[in-house]
Ligand binder design. Structure first.
Ligand SMILES: C[S@@+](CC[C@H](N)C(=O)[O-])C[C@H]1O[C@@H](n2cnc3c(N)ncnc32)[C@H](O)[C@@H]1O
Length: 292
């Protein structure tokens, strides 16, 4: 059974994504950011993320269809998944959406990723819309430094008359954002917390103040927290009570949990199935599943 918490335009649903999505009004959401479990054996606080591949994709198609249904005709959908799953998901999404960008969230790691193959240091993100002729993209709000113009002050002599290079540009499709580390203020005790900076770019680019941002897999609720800070409304769904408590605190929604129950606990992510173990498991599987 779903329990819902709402305040000041922000709702957190404690329940199953698919069930809750079915209750959301058709064509009512401006932006969806979906970062589901990737089916790679992660331990989400006791709930193991690993089923048969066909079962995983059948489930994905169901909630993807629901996300399509609830999105406004001019809405935008960002979807994350693992490097090995994304080709399948991309093919499915092409039948429903116009894919505008295939983004790579790239990050570095000082740890050893793999010994006998190239460790995975990126996660793919699809940027899709229902109507490629009409959608929100707030270029001015997401400009980044254009190094040639900003740092070196060069003149572009190919132009007539010659002009200085631009000092800013729209980011390309390779996004460098550091992963959330234990020492960072935003760190929460969640095994796949996405950085606020990444969500900030997504939400600023593809929604306007007052718009509704939906995240069917809330996790540590980075999406709702950033949506709130940027003056958007939000709806998030999460099935795990431990993470619901993080969300209620981060988004500031009143509930019947005590202050102690909601207090931030910074615990290193040691309970997750270690990367070494997952690498070992994966190399024993067919070649197509080698990446993490
Ligand atoms: C990859 S994490 C999301 C991380 C999130 N983007 C963040 O920044 O923290 C996926 C989340 O989906 C939740 N989840 C998995 N299956 C679910 C389901 N059927 N319904 C609702 N939530 C689910 C997991 O508990 C996990 O917290």
């Amino acid at each position: 059974m779903t329990k819902s918490y709402t305040a000041e335009g922000h709702t957190i649903h404690h329940g199953e994504a698919l069930e809750v999505l079915k209750t959301i009004e058709t064509g009512s959401v401006d932006l969806v950011f979906a970062d589901p479990p990737y089916n790679i054996g992660k331990d989400f606080d006791g709930i193991h993320d690993q089923v048969e591949e066909s079962e995983y994709f059948d489930w994905c198609w169901k909630w993807l269809d629901e996300c399509h249904r609830v999105l406004k005709p001019e809405g935008t959908f960002y979807l994350m998944n693992s490097t090995q799953n994304m080709p399948h998901i991309d093919l499915y999404c092409r039948t429903k959406f116009a894919i505008l960008s295939r983004i790579v969230w790239s990050y570095d790691s000082s740890g050893m990723q793999a010994r006998k193959f190239y460790g995975s240091l990126y996660e793919p993100i699809l940027h899709m819309v229902k109507n490629p002729k009409s959608y929100t993209f707030n270029t001015e709000d997401i400009l980044v430094e254009a190094k040639t113009g900003a740092k070196r002050g060069l003149i572009d002599y190919r132009k007539n008359p010659p002009q200085p290079y631009n000092t800013t540009k729209v980011p390309g499709n390779v996004w460098d954002f550091a992963r959330v580390r234990f020492k960072m203020d935003e760190y929460e005790n969640h095994p796949s917390q996405k950085p606020e900076a990444l969500l900030e770019r997504v939400i600023k680019a593809s929604s306007n103040p007052g718009d509704i941002v939906l995240d069917p897999f809330g996790g540590s609720f980075s999406t709702s927290a950033v949506a709130k800070r940027l003056g958007r409304r939000s709806i998030s769904i999460e099935r795990n009570e431990t993470y619901i408590k993080i969300g209620l605190r981060r988004v500031g929604i009143p509930s019947d949990y005590s202050e102690e129950a909601l207090a931030k606990q910074k615990v290193r992510k040691t309970q997750n199935l270690s990367k070494k173990q997952r690498t070992k498991d994966l190399v024993e599987q067919p070649i197509l599943q080698l990446e993490l």
